[in-house]
Ligand binder design. Structure first.
Ligand code: BG6
Length: 475
């Protein structure tokens, strides 16, 4: 048995990490435009204003805004059958609350989609990959306000109607499940998803619950809207999922790990089961958290069930445990797995974890799954002859693709595509660095500001080309 002939081999990108040109052709400032570059050791800083002397990586990206035609040509040469991009909300509605869209923004995305079609690459469009206009945060308090749901839906409707017939696969949100801070004192994740720093929240548990609820509601409404606009639209939502393993078979550790993993699923439950889960409401009630749920909301949950689930998978983790003392912490506040190697950024490399999470998620919902992101962030060096020998990336992808095949062919998980993060080097989301590279295509942009933005194929380019050509039969 082999993968289906129409299996979607592809790549994923996000506007704020590639486009650059943050303030031209009518684009308004968006939340990621205020985040400086950082590193593994130093968290990215979020500033209230653009401060001179600081580096804001989204302002330059990899200049995809001007180079997309050449980049897509290269991706076509790579053999991609699908490309997931995000549409930057602040290019379409610079302030977020205008009636009429910025035509230049729409034209730009039309041209990208047309170019993809020219090369027979299926576009997959994410509507929220952290590109919220800053004005919505300042004027309406971001997702705290129900008005933001309407603004988001107006944006969705504008884009979906405009691209009707050209785009079939839509993603409502990227990784809203990471709205909780990853570690204590970390502002970054909450900010990236909502534009509001965790440290500025007066009552963080209440605020996070409210914003998460409003985003879930926005997502189900966007699903119904997409189906209404075009019944052939296929709509998913993307989650960053991580298997959480117990350290040992002590039942208390097993249940703790299970519960920690489950925290990432209540939003998926809400988007697939036709109602906001009652166990979550009970949990909120116990914690003194109140949500306003209207009858119209309840109807919306019924009407907007997902067609597919998008999974971003990079690593597995081990839950903190009771009993021992030597718990070496990872950057995301969990414990290192002694059986696994980690990337240079401390992310545990675990191909079997992908098979696990595919099975786990599929058994829960029975919905088709699209692997929307998977890849290895690593430092690449250019050899004397100009070649980039990224064998570590090939090894990582090989292991993951092979485990994905087992999930599909042996475990019968319905997974219809595999998109790498990312087919071309881009700005790292968590650190803002360029040196954390993911691509098959190297971009000559360095963290010190040097580089001519030229593109170069790495060794993995030819390797992945062959994987696609053979439909991964060789793995
Ligand atoms: C995913 C995000 O969570 O992780 C991407 O959807 C991000 O936007 C990717 O780039 C990898 O993270 P990083 O920090 O290595 O870029």
């Amino acid at each position: 048995m082999e993968l289906k002939e129409d299996f979607l081999w592809g790549g994923s990108l996000a506007a704020n990490q590639i486009e650059g040109n943050w303030n031209i052709d009518g684009k308004g400032p968006a939340i990621m435009d205020y985040v400086t570059s950082g590193s593994y050791q130093k968290e990215r800083e979020v500033t209230d204003e653009i401060e001179e002397g600081k580096i804001y990586p989204s302002h330059t990206g990899i200049d995809f805004y001007h180079q997309y035609k050449e980049d897509i040509k290269l991706l076509a040469e790579l053999g991609l059958k699908a490309l997931r991009i995000s549409i930057d909300w602040s290019r379409i509605f610079p302030l977020g609350d205008e009636e009429q869209p910025n035509q230049k923004g729409l034209d730009y995305y039309h041209d990208i989609i047309d170019t993809l079609h020219m090369y027979h690459i299926e576009p997959i469009v994410t509507l929220y990959h952290y590109e919220m206009p800053m004005n919505i945060v300042k004027k309406y308090d971001s997702w705290m306000n129900r008005k933001t749901i309407d603004l988001y839906l107006h944006f969705c409707e504008t884009v979906m109607k405009s691209l009707k017939g050209k785009v079939k696969y839509w993603v409502t949100f990227n990784e809203m499940n990471h709205i909780d801070p990853q570690t204590e004192n970390s502002d970054l994740f909450t900010y990236m998803i909502t534009g509001i720093k965790y440290s500025r929240m007066e009552n963080p548990s209440q605020m996070i619950a409210t914003m998460s609820y409003h985003m879930v509601l926005a997502s189900v409404k966007a699903v119904a809207l997409a189906h209404y606009i075009d019944a052939t639209n296929q709509v998913g939502c993307v989650f960053g999922l991580t298997p959480v393993y117990p350290r040992n078979c002590n039942p208390i550790n097993v249940i703790n790990a299970f519960q920690e993993m489950e925290k990432d699923y209540y939003q998926i439950d809400a988007m697939t089961q036709g109602k906001f889960p009652s166990y979550k409401l009970a949990e909120y009630q116990e914690a003194g958290i109140a949500l306003k749920i209207t009858e119209a909301d309840q109807e919306a949950f019924h009407m907007g069930k997902l067609d597919f689930i998008g999974i971003n998978y990079y690593m597995s983790s081990v839950a903190r445990y009771t009993g021992d003392d030597d718990q070496e912490e990872t950057i995301f506040g969990n414990v290192q797995n002694p059986y696994l190697q980690t990337s240079e950024w401390g992310w545990a490399i675990d191909g079997i974890g992908l098979r696990y999470i595919l099975n786990y998620t599929y058994h829960k919902y029975g919905l088709p799954i699209l692997i929307t992101e998977n890849g290895l962030g690593a430092v690449d060096t250019i050899g004397e002859n100009g070649s980039i020998q990224d064998d570590y990336r090939i090894t990582y992808l090989q292991e993951h693709i092979s485990e994905m095949k087992k999930a599909i062919l042996e475990d019968h998980v319905e997974c219809f595509g595999y998109l790498t993060w990312a087919p071309i080097d881009l700005v790292s989301l968590t650190t803002g660095e360029m040196k954390k590279r993911y691509g098959f295509i190297y971009v000559n942009k360095q963290d010190d500001g040097s580089g001519d933005f030229s593109r170069h194929q790495k060794k993995s380019f030819e390797w992945f080309q062959e994987i696609i050509r053979e439909n991964a039969k060789q793995l």
